[in-house]
Design a protein. Structure first.
Ligand SMILES: *Cc1c(COP(=O)(O)O)cnc(C)c1O
Length: 366
């Protein structure tokens, strides 16, 4: 059986180094906001090509803190409208709502699964719309330049949900360096994952970085002086130490994912299976390799019978979730279609050539 994702295999190569680091870490006596986090923040900034990284507790907090900090700094106010793709993980939308802002869900492009420049333009209401949250869904950056231009033309903040796109690059800019600020997650299953929860914000904006740095730590820049009503969301030292190790291999791992994706795109030949679009550039890091099929259950069962486990990202559109009562009357046909038809097939750096061949054979025989 080829499992969809094999986290044990992905982390095994680091086991010895992690144990060594752990011993050092236990003996250091310093477990929160120490030198491992400092080092990771510098490493990740350099990697993404930004001046600032702020490590936080998880990806949702990273996004929420960006919005809350912009409110603190007076660049957003409660109730402002934020454009967000309807086809995304629930966290993108929750971050907006939890910060007291209003998400404006718009349908995505059926080919790229990402925001379409024309629909964004149509959705902008001058005076009401204040920001665009672009999501590099499944690991792909689309229309970075166009969205930056649009944000500039309408004086909007451009924020990235980069939780699936560590290392992706378009027009010479990495995910995390495209907008005014970006949120990352280091949840174990992400392309850069730690061994627990973790997240970070990257930004070019020094004022924003300083504000978030304080906000993640009870709103304080100096111990016991609280200048903001902050929260407790710090990336801990142990996770930062692990991320420092794994970051060194991220480009290599992403290259492997792209090589597997390229095999899927050339060797999968089945007109019942809609493949993703990709220009073979580094704009995609294939966090998830998503295909679309009409009869999803039958397809998944067929693959399982051939020893291939699949998953669904995601089965129910955010606006149709029972908790999201504010979207009751919203109809988003493309997003609904995507959520009905998508299936994710295994795509990670530890898959062998033979395993990839087996997946291809299984898909082609459907
Ligand atoms: C994983 C993910 C998040 C949230 O990250 P957590 O660390 O789980 O809070 C946000 N947005 C997207 C698109 C994600 O895939």
């Amino acid at each position: 059986m080829i499992p969809y994702l094999n986290l044990k295999k992905i982390n095994q190569p680091y086991e010895e180094q992690i144990l060594e680091k752990t011993k050092e870490f236990v003996q250091s006596g310093h477990y929160i906001l120490g030198e491992q986090l400092d080092l990771f923040e510098r490493n990740f900034s350099e990697y993404c090509g930004v001046p600032h990284t702020v490590g936080v507790g998880n990806g949702l907090d990273a996004l929420t803190l960006i919005f809350k900090a912009y409110i603190q700094l007076g660049k957003l106010k409660t109730g402002d409208e934020i454009i967000v793709p309807a086809n995304t993980y629930i966290a993108s939308i929750l971050a907006i709502i939890n910060a007291g802002l209003k998400p404006k869900l718009i349908d995505t492009n059926l080919k790229t699964y990402n925001l379409d420049i024309f629909s964004v333009q149509n959705a902008i209401e001058p005076g009401k719309t204040k920001a665009i949250l672009m999501v590099h869904l499944y690991g792909q950056i689309n229309d970075a330049k166009e969205l930056r231009q649009l944000a500039e033309d309408f004086n909007l903040l451009l924020i990235e949900d980069a939780a699936q796109a560590h290392g992706a690059m378009q027009d010479g800019k990495r995910a995390g360096a495209i907008g005014h600020a970006a949120g990352f997650s280091f949840y174990p299953g992400k392309n850069l994952g730690c061994l627990g929860d973790g997240g970070a914000i990257t930004t070019h904006d020094t004022q924003l970085a300083n504000c978030i740095r304080a906000m993640r730590n009870y709103g304080s820049e100096m111990k016991y002086y609280h200048i903001y009503k902050g929260c407790n969301s710090r990336l801990d030292e142990w996770q930062a130490a692990i991320l420092n190790l794994k970051l060194q291999d991220l480009d290599f791992d992403n290259d492997k994912r792209r090589a597997i994706a390229l095999r899927y795109l050339t060797e999968i030949q089945n007109n019942k299976v809609e493949l993703p679009t990709w220009d073979e550039s580094k704009n995609h890091v294939f966090h998830i390799f998503v295909v679309r099929v009409k009869n999803r259950t039958a397809f998944q069962e067929h693959l399982l019978s051939k020893g291939v486990q699949t998953l669904i990202h995601y089965p129910i559109a955010p606006h149709l979730q029972s908790s999201m009562t504010e979207f009751e009357d919203l109809q988003l046909p493309i997003s609904e279609q995507i959520h009905r038809e998508v299936v994710s097939i295994p795509c990670h750096q530890m898959l062998s050539f033979e395993e990839v061949s087996q997946v291809i054979k299984a898909v082609n025989s459907y």
